[in-house]
Design a protein around this ligand. Structure first.
Ligand code: 2HA
Ligand code: ZN
Length: 270
């Protein structure tokens, strides 16, 4: 058995949580990440038959039965993951139609997965149904995206169009746009179901006055999506109170589609 401290999935989780904290996206216990692992990938570093304890999930997700995840812990600080990965992270296997999680490694202080576990697991199932390569769900609280939800129309098309207009390459990075949810109570199955529904049409889902969810095939892609949307929101918050003299037009965004071989969400450009 190889040392799990050298497992690429563990090393990358430590680096990413540390980096997200450094970006100011994960104050205190804010934010959470889940990464679906292959059984073979997990089995190189831990005994997949040695279940430490069972943790009920409180929801059903039959599509995820038998799937493995490394996930951040509830109440844990991204700031601290690098100093004690085994306490702040856990590896689990989903069983019983999603109703149970078997702890295989981590959460050494008796802890459990993030309070946003329903939103994560339901989002994984939703993304996998449209993109079998999806592995990551990531949630955090970037300041400018959050700020934007206080002053901008929350209609997903209008919100996306503004982001696309803020940096030339946004439309290339997230051509499907971002979907925006109104304020909802976090940590519940309801916000999980609503997020998962929005995840069927976009890899980015904004939680108004709270934060953002991203999904992707790896940590780099998912981090990059959030980073790009947050940069665009930052530009918006710098200019929203000033007269707009110039902008990126829909015609120019169509030129970007041709140049980069992407297609903006149907009907979201004029
Ligand atoms: O607890 O960000 O939404 C971490 C969170 C909850
Ligand atoms: Zn949050």
């Amino acid at each position: 058995m190889k040392d799990i401290m050298n497992a690429p999935f563990l090393v990358e989780m430590v680096r990413t949580t540390t980096n997200m904290y450094a970006h100011g996206w994960d104050e205190r216990n804010g934010g959470n990440i889940s990464w679906m692992l292959d059984e073979a990938q997990a089995a190189e570093y831990l005994d997949v038959n040695a279940v430490i304890r069972d943790i009920p999930t409180g929801f059903e997700a039959p599509a995820l039965d038998g799937k493995y995840f490394i996930v951040t812990g509830t109440g844990k600080y991204f700031k601290n993951v690098q100093y004690d990965p085994a306490c702040n992270l856990g590896v689990i296997r989903i069983t019983d139609e999603g109703k149970n999680a078997q702890l295989l490694w981590g959460f050494t202080d008796g802890g459990k997965f993030t309070s946003e576990f329903p939103a994560h697991m339901m989002s994984h199932a939703a993304r996998l149904s449209v993109d079998p390569a999806n592995r990551i769900v990531m949630h955090c609280h970037p300041a400018n995206l959050l700020a934007m939800t206080y002053v901008h129309d929350l209609d997903s098309r209008a919100f996306t169009r503004t982001l696309w207009q803020m940096c030339t390459e946004c439309v290339v990075v997230f051509p499907e746009g971002v979907n925006v949810l109104p304020w909802m109570l976090c940590g519940t199955n309801e916000i999980g179901e609503a997020t998962a529904e929005q995840m069927k049409t976009a890899r980015l889902v904004v939680w108004s006055q709270h934060g953002i969810y991203g999904a992707g095939k790896d940590l780099d892609e998912t981090f990059g999506l959030i980073e790009t949307a947050e940069k665009a929101a930052e530009i918006y918050m710098k200019i929203a109170h000033l007269p707009r003299v110039n902008t990126i037009t829909d015609e120019q965004l169509h030129l970007m589609e041709g140049r980069f071989g992407i297609k903006a969400r149907e009907g979201w450009l004029d």
